[in-house]
Design a protein around this ligand. Structure first.
Ligand SMILES: *Cc1c(COP(=O)(O)O)cnc(C)c1O
Length: 411
C-alpha cells in the first residue's frame, strides 16, 4: 500500500473528519435516492446540534453507567501472555457491556437521538441478528417502536436472536425475495424508512452507510477507546505499545482507535481471511478490495466481475461484509492504521485459548483481534498490546461445538 499524505493533524482529527459532506478524504459521502436526501440531511443537522447539548450528553452518560454497566474493565491476561512470548496482552472487555457486545454503544446513542428528534420508531436491517437485538434493546429502553427487517434464510438460521428481538417487543419483518439474506434486508429496510421517515429514524448497524452514519456510529463508539486509554494508563502508568480490533463494517474498531489516534501507539485493524485469499473465501475488504460505491457510500470494497458486491465468507458472521467503513479506508491510505488479516483457523485457536487459559468465552469476531495479538506476542514485536474484545461468545457456542468440538486440549 502506497501511503498517501493527506496532511492530517491528529490533534484536531475528530473535528476535521469527516468534512461537511461526510468525506474522509476521498471516501464516505452520501449516495442516496432523491427521496431520502432530506431525511438524511435532517438526521445530520439534528445530530450536530443535539450531540453538543448538555442534556443529551448527561443523559447518555447516565445510561452508559446505569443501564449498560460502563465503564467496562480493562483486563490483563496473565496466563495467556506468559504462554506465548514476552508481550503482555490486555483486553478491553466489551463482552461485559449489557447484551454482551459493543453494538449497544451506538444503538443507545441512536435511540436517544431518536427520542430528542421526537421520532416514534427505530428501523433497521439485521443479518445474524446481533444489531437487531441491540436495537430492540434500545427501543424497549426508550419506549420506541422497532421494525427489524431480516431475510427469511437468516430468520431460520438465527432463531435465538429472533426470539430475543420479539421478547424485547420488536417487530421482525421477514424479507422473502432474492437470496433472502442481509442484502435484501438492507433494501427492504431502506424502502420501509422511505415510507415512514417523518416518524421513524433509520439506525445502521456499523460505521458504514451514507453520511452521517459513519460519523454518528464512530462518535458513539469512541467511549470505548477513551475509557480504555485512561484505564490502561491508570493500570500500568504508560500507554500500550499497540492496540488491535477486528474490522467487519468497522464500528468497534473505529470507536476503539479514536482513543489512540493522537497517541504514540501502533494501531492494527484485523480483517477476516476466512478459508483463504480466493474470492468468496474471505471478507478482507481493505486487504483485497478496490475503490467503489456500495450501500450509499464510497470506500474500499470487494466486487465481483460485474462490479456488484462480491460474495464473502468468514467463520464470524459479524465480519462477513464486502466493504469497510469509509474512515478505515482513509486511515489505511494515510498509514495511521495497519490492516492485516487473520484466518478462521487462527481465530479459532485464539478462541479456544482464551476459554481455557483465562475463563473468557469470546465472540468469534473478537477472537480475530486476539489472534493477531497472539501473533505479535509469538514474534515478540511489542511489550504490550491492548485488544478490543468486542463481544462474548455465547451466541456462537452451538455452532462452534458442532464444527470444531471443544478444542484440542479438552479431554
Ligand atoms: C457485529 C460485531 C462485530 C463486527 O462489527 P464492527 O462494526 O466491525 O465492529 C465485531 N464483534 C462483535 C462481537 C460483533 O457483534
Amino acid at each position: 500500500m502506497v501511503k498517501k499524505d493527506y496532511g492530517i493533524d491528529f490533534g484536531t482529527y475528530a473535528k476535521d473528519y469527516p468534512d461537511e459532506d461526510g468525506r474522509f478524504g476521498p471516501y464516505g459521502g452520501a449516495y442516496l435516492p432523491e427521496e431520502l436526501i432530506p431525511a438524511f440531511r435532517e438526521i445530520d443537522r439534528a445530530y450536530k446540534t443535539i450531540c453538543h447539548s448538555a442534556q443529551f450528553i448527561s443523559e447518555l452518560r447516565r445510561i452508559r453507567k446505569e443501564f449498560q454497566g460502563r465503564p467496562t474493565p480493562v483486563y490483563h491476561c496473565q496466563r495467556l501472555s506468559g504462554l506465548l512470548g514476552t508481550t503482555q496482552i490486555y483486553l478491553k472487555r466489551e463482552d461485559l457491556n449489557h447484551t454482551g457486545a459493543h453494538k449497544l454503544n451506538h444503538c443507545m446513542g441512536e435511540g436517544l437521538l431518536a427520542k430528542f428528534m421526537g421520532k416514534k420508531k427505530l428501523i433497521a436491517e439485521t443479518g445474524a441478528g446481533q444489531h437487531g437485538v441491540a436495537l430492540a434493546t434500545a427501543a424497549a429502553y426508550f419506549g420506541l417502536e422497532c421494525d427489524v427487517y431480516m431475510g427469511e434464510v437468516d430468520i431460520a438460521k438465527q432463531a435465538p436472536n429472533v426470539s430475543r428481538m420479539k421478547l424485547l417487543g420488536a417487530r421482525v419483518i421477514p424479507v422473502s425475495h432474492g437470496l433472502k439474506t442481509l442484502k435484501e434486508a438492507v433494501d427492504a429496510a431502506f424502502e420501509g424508512y422511505m415510507r415512514e421517515y417523518r416518524d421513524a429514524i433509520y439506525c445502521i448497524g456499523s460505521a458504514v452507510g451514507p453520511h452521517p452514519f459513519p460519523l454518528i456510529v464512530r462518535d458513539f463508539q469512541s467511549v470505548v477507546g477513551f475509557e480504555a486509554r485512561d484505564q490502561f494508563v491508570e493500570m500500568t502508568g504508560i500507554l500500550p505499545d499497540a492496540v488491535v480490533a477486528a474490522v467487519g463494517g468497522g464500528s468497534n474498531a473505529a470507536g476503539f482507535f479514536h482513543g489512540f489516534l493522537d497517541e504514540p501507539v501502533d494501531i492494527y485493524g484485523v480483517e477476516p481471511l476466512g478459508r483463504g485469499a480466493a474470492r468468496g473465501d474471505h471478507a478482507a475488504s481493505i486487504s483485497f478490495g478496490e475503490r467503489g460505491v456500495m450501500h450509499g457510500f464510497e470506500s474500499i470494497m470487494l466486487k465481483d466481475d460485474d462490479g456488484e458486491p462480491a460474495p464473502v465468507y468468514s467463520v464470524a458472521s459479524g465480519l462477513d461484509y464486502p466493504a469497510v467503513g469509509p474512515e478505515h479506508a482513509f486511515l489505511s491510505d494515510a498509514g495511521r492504521v495497519v490492516y492485516d488479516t487473520v484466518s478462521d483457523e487462527e481465530a479459532m485457536e485464539a478462541f479456544f485459548k482464551l476459554c481455557r487459559y483465562e475463563g473468557i468465552i469470546p465472540a468469534v469476531e473478537s477472537a480475530h483481534a486476539l489472534a493477531y495479538a497472539m501473533r505479535m506476542s509469538r514474534e515478540n514485536r511489542v511489550d504490550s498490546v491492548l485488544v478490543n474484545l468486542s463481544g462474548r461468545g455465547d451466541k456462537d457456542m452451538d455452532f462452534i461445538i458442532e464444527k470444531y468440538g471443544y478444542g484440542e486440549e479438552a479431554k
